[in-house]
Ligand binder design. Structure first.
Ligand code: VGL
Ligand code: ZN
Length: 226
């Protein structure tokens, strides 16, 4: 069978968990989380493909402190051999707090990927659940589209963005973190800085949204029209 000609490398924006429950007033508030919405709206049109993830948990999810008697949010437990930080109930599938942020421009989105749907297994990364083995399918999707250059933004910088970036690097993607389009929870304090350093040391490049048009245009031809 003739091999399909390989399509040229595509630029991809991955928007992680930009949901009301992670914004001001939400149960798992990331300080200033909603401030990244206009930044994301400005840059999303620069990419060939735009993917948004949603944290999307069933009621009684393993990550909810309320499920585990005698425990409180931010405690760490071990469950099925996996370390699990406990959080307040958040991002219940189908609830208003679990939607994409209402001000996010959804027109450029190609794919919405829901994760954390297994009741007994959490999923921080957009690529693998927290057993670091069960794929979400995103890698297959990106491979088929030749989406090799990933720009990542969203919430929380030190949780789901962090784990997505680390997995993406492991999988061989070239990763840029849009530094003014992330916010972190920083709990316990110091986590955010530690994880930003770890992402950089592992090969992620941090870039400002205002520099993006230039990078995308010079690194590869995207049809970006300034
Ligand atoms: C997240 C904590 C729990 C995130 C999701 O999206 O960063 N953080 N679930
Ligand atoms: Zn969650």
């Amino acid at each position: 069978m003739a091999k399909a000609s390989s399509p040229s490398c595509k630029s991809v924006l991955l928007i992680v968990d930009l949901q009301p429950d992670f914004c001001t007033g939400g149960p798992l508030e990331v300080p200033g989380g909603e401030q990244i919405v206009p930044v994301v709206n400005r840059i999303s049109r620069l990419f060939d493909r735009v993917i948004a993830t949603r944290d999307w948990h069933p009621k009684g999810h393993v990550s909810f402190a309320s499920r585990h008697q005698g425990s409180a949010p931010l405690q760490t437990i071990e469950y099925n051999g996996i370390e699990q930080i406990l959080w307040p109930d958040h991002c219940i599938a189908g609830s208003a707090g679990a939607r994409l942020h209402p001000d996010l421009d959804t027109r450029p989105l190609d794919l919405i990927l829901d994760k954390g749907r297994s009741i007994d297994l959490d999923s921080y990364s957009a690529f693998f659940e927290n057993d670091h083995r069960t794929p979400t399918g995103l890698h297959g999707y990106l491979r088929e589209l030749s989406g090799e250059i990933l720009h990542i933004c969203g919430l929380a910088a030190d949780v789901c963005v962090y784990y997505s970036v680390m997995d993406a690097l492991d999988l061989g993607y070239q990763v840029y973190v849009v530094e003014d389009a992330i916010r972190g929870v920083d709990m316990p304090e110091g986590t955010l800085n530690k994880r930003i350093n770890a992402m950089q040391e592992s090969g992620a490049e941090f870039i400002r949204s205002t520099a993006l048009g230039h990078t995308l245009k010079t690194n590869h031809e995207t049809g970006y029209n300034p």
